[in-house]
Design a binder for this molecule. Structure first.
Ligand code: NAP
Length: 308
């Protein structure tokens, strides 16, 4: 049987993909969204979003994700849960192959596959994952009541999640590789003023140790090279993000870190393929900018389909 030819396939169901799904299906295009995990993407990991307009008291990420998906589905967006293995181009038709070897075809693609947490890549990280090593404070924070926790990183994510973890933990120690933070000032001020939060500066984790769960970290001072033990019950890693673009296999241009390069209309280097959200090279990866990207990529896809 011939595969259904969709107008648009969206890869990724975070805020960029769900917004694209809303705009494309509402505009009357047959639209399929492929998502490997939960709809909402990283949104579902955020406990309290303070800087998304329209929610003066903040909003829980999972709640916002549910509202976004319900809104998109209302206009007929189809959703399939599957990871992408590759994209192949046959003339103007795009073939998207999933890791279960299913092939979906479309005239246009919007890639909104987002980014994942960077790992520390140190001994103990993999085997103690889920046993005290975490990348999601929203998911795992409540398991650490009265615990001593280390948070690694000095960016917005590290500080925001360290502040969230103080609701449960006895103490939260932020370990940062420099002596000044990357995070925005409002988060720095809050973290520095919080009595439960301590800082260890100029230090990186060289090993995570524990028999059945995390017991201690080996920290190395990057200035002196001195190593010290840091006893704790859990470690939350927030050292940045890497784009989910492995499935592209060079069919469109990315930068040296794998982020998709687009023009101002969010067109990639390949006609009919657009990128939106954290997966593309951009100045400000935020929920609000991902939403804007989703709308703009849909508009550009619509223009492309008018000439198809
Ligand atoms: P990020 O801004 O890239 O910060 C990563 C942090 O980890 C930096 O402090 C970096 O140190 C440190 N780091 C990197 N590699 C390391 C390593 N191997 N070992 C130890 N430390 C390491 O990442 P992010 O905090 O996840 O934020 C990603 C983007 O999302 C940012 O643009 C951020 O503004 C945005 N964001 C926004 C919000 C919000 O608006 N509420 C919340 C979360 C994230 P250096 O500083 O020395 O480079």
């Amino acid at each position: 049987m011939q595969n259904k030819l969709y107008d648009i396939i969206i890869i990724g169901g975070g805020p960029a993909g769900l917004t694209a799904g809303l705009y494309c299906s509402r505009a009357g295009f047959t639209t399929l969204l492929l998502e490997k995990g939960l709809l909402g993407g990283k949104l579902t990991d955020i406990s309290d979003i303070e800087n998304y307009p329209g929610f003066p008291d903040g909003v829980n990420g999972a709640e916002l994700a549910l509202k976004m998906q319900n809104q998109a589905k209302r206009f007929g967006l189809e959703v399939v849960h599957s990871a992408i293995e590759s994209i192949k181009l046959e003339e103007k038709i795009k073939h998207v192959k999933t890791n279960s070897s299913q092939i979906y075809i479309s005239k246009a693609i919007i890639i909104a596959s987002g980014s994942d947490s960077v790992k520390l890549n140190v001994p103990g990280e993999d085997n103690l994952r889920g046993k005290g090593v975490s990348y999601c404070a929203t998911c795992d924070g409540p398991l650490f009541k009265n615990a001593s926790i280390a948070v690694i990183g000095g960016g917005d994510s590290a500080l925001e999640e360290a502040l969230f973890l103080t609701r449960f933990a006895k103490s939260v120690t932020i370990v940062h590789r420099r002596d000044s933070l990357r995070a925005v000032k409002i988060l720095q001020d809050r973290a520095l003023a919080n009595e439960k939060i301590k800082f260890i500066w100029n230090s990186v984790v060289s090993e995570i140790q524990g028999s059945s769960s995390v017991e201690k970290l080996i920290l190395e001072n990057v200035k002196t090279g001195k190593k010290e033990n840091f006893v704790c019950d859990g470690i939350f890693v927030y050292i940045g993000l890497k784009p989910n673009t492995a499935f592209l296999n060079g069919i469109i241009k990315t930068n040296e870190y794998g982020y998709i390069i687009t023009n101002e209309n969010l067109e990639s280097s390949s006609p009919g393929i657009f990128a939106a959200g954290d997966v593309r090279k951009k100045q400000l990866p935020q929920i609000s900018t991902a939403v804007g990207d989703g709308a703009l990529a849909s508009f550009s896809a619509r223009k492309y389909l008018e000439e198809f």
